[in-house]
Design a protein around this ligand. Sequence first.
Ligand SMILES: [Zn+2]
Length: 442
Amino acid sequence: MVCCMADKYGWCKDIKETIKGPDGKDYCIFHAPADSKSPNDLERETNNIIENTSNLINLSGSIFNCPIRFEIQNNKSLHISNSTFLYRLEIVDSNTDRIIAHNSKFKTINIFNSIVNLFQISKTKLEQIFATESTFKYVTISDINKEEETKHNFVEFVLSNIYTFSYFNSKTNLSIVSCTIDKSLYVNDICSNFLQIYSCTINGYAVLNKIETNKITISNTIPINNLEISNTNLSIFPLNGSPIENITFTLCEWPKHKDRITTKDSISIIELIHKKQTYSTLTKKEYTEILSTNEDIFRRLKKKARLDNNELLASDWHYGEKFMLEKRLWTEAPALTWLTLWLYRQISDYGESPAKALWVLLSFLSLFPLTFSLFTCDYTFPIDSGDIRTLTNNMLNYIPFASKAPDSSKLYPLRYLEIFWQTVITIQAAITGFAFRNKFRR
Ligand SMILES: [Zn+2]
């Protein structure tokens, strides 16, 4: 008899011994339902296949009703797609070209002391992976536990050179720790509580796409030639300690504060500043340290954004950097230095808001000269057309190029206010022009 699954999977067509399943069909020992076969027989036959296969060990579609341990040598490949592993799968002391599993079901995969060229696992139900003291060239992990109703069901994933139980009790973490990945790492469409990449060496690209977690941290991982994070909400991603210069963010959602994009690191301190609660919750030393750290993060992000020609983002990073600097100057610089920066924010958001600069300029041109004139001109209530003419002519004295040349014999004290105000307007006009240039250069 031939296994009824031989047409579908092909590889078992030469197995002559079959088992009658509860549905009356004939199955090879690999494809037979779990209740219809002896775990010992299955283990023996699996070892036979591993030993007697020269190149590609194809066990796709199998149902393993016992723990399975593979020791694969000579760079053979292992295909275990569409399979069900009801117990632990161990791959130890192996040297494999590729391990491929799609549409499968696993409890725990433990890869120990092995060299794997390509490790590809997708559309699969999986509770735990431990990859320990192993070297990978290409790793692709995607669509894990996607069909589960509770998406946050990815229990634990540790790729590590050091066997670690530190996250053992926390049921939903993905950690890639102390790993050497010779080429590239792709982590795609993962739901977990926490994702960390720590102390890894990734010599090619690393791509994190569609990551849904409560927190990502990437630290002490060098050299990363390029790390791409895409389609991910970055309000979960603290940048402190991350290789910012080597990260490309694509179609990501940044946290926002008052219409400006900001970072996960800075959002809590910005909120404290706006609630005026910094000194009630932090010491001065802690406060200035947080400001310095964030200033540095914004500066590095700005540099990166400019290199990527993303000037819109660079504008928000510039604002963030100067805001942190302004707050830091308040605590440690002479008042005048701080005041200059504070004024610069009030009149133009540090040169980054042409709309704000223009409104300020318009008020400098109208409201202030009107106020000055109302206090300094002679008029009587009710104001008649003559008074309006007097006030208007007087207002023009405060506006550059609008008044007649001053009569030098009439250098009355108010003339100093007029000259001062004309200078203020000229400066604000220059700042407005500068802000527009910043905007449209982009
Ligand atoms: Zn079969």
